[in-house]
Design a binder for this molecule. Structure first.
Ligand code: B12
Length: 226
């Protein structure tokens, strides 16, 4: 541990660091993963880059290892649980930005269990001063709409990783727009790697963004930020 600390004094977000972090995830070493992130933050690496370049890249590698049977489902669950816990550790940094009195409601569509990506997207909204309501994975459409009626929202953001869940997205868009015709919907997630663009074009007020960096730029076009 002492030797490890010494090597981290000038830590950068490079391939070696990412590999180190990935090994920590696969071995279930939460302390190592957490320390790597804390050291990166101390070395002024932004949370946005940590999310996109460290945590997301590592989880994508976890997915490939799982797909090719190099790790078990148990190891994949362990890795994703540690990754998600790390997002929660730095919430105060995420939430400490000046508020702009805008609110986004975030969720995964019905049957969709991958929630880490949209949780990161919620954090990016918060870093831009928005209030967020994060409903998490597998949110039934009727419950999402019922909840939206209880608060005032300026945007809905929904996620799907599985391509076969696109019909659920279409159902959500139709039902949501019946109730809230003027509230824009932001969509994203790995399902769109395989298509989905045509579906979105059929509906007004629906926008797709592929990742955190593009979403951050998009949010900054919505209102004037000093
Ligand atoms: C962890 C994980 C799980 C966990 C999720 C736990 C959790 N708390 O979220 C569990 C165990 C539930 C799971 C289940 C399954 N999984 Co899985 N899973 C993964 C894994 C390893 C990581 C997912 C992740 O968090 N990635 C990191 C995040 C940050 O990336 P992201 O989601 O892409 O998000 C980024 C962008 O897409 C975008 N984004 C995402 N959402 C949104 C929303 C908005 C509004 C915007 C603007 C942008 C945006 O911004 C994010 C930041 O850049 C991936 C591997 C991978 N390639 O991701 C497989 C993966 C997604 N899973 C896969 C599969 C097949 C499954 C199962 C079908 C397995 C099974 N047979 O049961 C089930 C499906 C469950 C379901 N019904 O949804 C496949 C999907 C293949 C496909 N596209 O069809 C993958 C790609 C693995 C693989 N290589 O084959 N999984």
């Amino acid at each position: 541990m002492v030797g490890y600390k010494l090597t981290l004094i000038l830590m950068e977000l490079d391939t070696a660091t990412q590999q180190h972090f990935l090994n920590g995830l696969l071995k279930g070493n939460r302390l190592l993963c957490s320390s790597i992130v804390i050291d990166l933050i101390k070395n002024n690496v932004s949370l946005k880059d940590i999310y996109e370049e460290l945590i997301k890249k590592s989880l994508y590698e976890v997915g490939e290892l799982w797909e090719f049977n190099k790790i078990s489902v148990a190891t994949e669950h362990l890795a994703s649980a540690i990754a998600e816990s790390i997002l929660n550790e730095h919430y105060l940094l995420v939430a400490s930005h000046k508020k702009i009195n805008k609110t986004v409601l975030l969720a995964c569509i019905e049957n969709e269990h991958h929630q880490i990506g949209v949780k990161m997207i919620g954090d990016i909204f918060e870093m831009n001063g928005w209030n967020t309501f994060f409903l998490g994975s597998n949110t039934p459409t009727s419950d999402l709409i019922a909840f939206a009626k209880t608060i005032h929202i300026d945007f809905l953001a929904v996620s799907l990783s599985i391509y076969f869940h696109l019909p659920e997205l279409e159902k959500l868009i139709k039902e949501f727009q019946k109730e809230f015709s003027d509230i824009p919907i932001l969509v994203g997630g790995q399902a769109f790697r395989h298509g989905g663009g045509e579906l979105i074009k059929k509906y007004p007020n629906v926008v797709y963004q592929p990742n955190l960096i593009s979403t951050d730029k998009f949010i900054k076009t919505l209102y004037n930020y000093e």
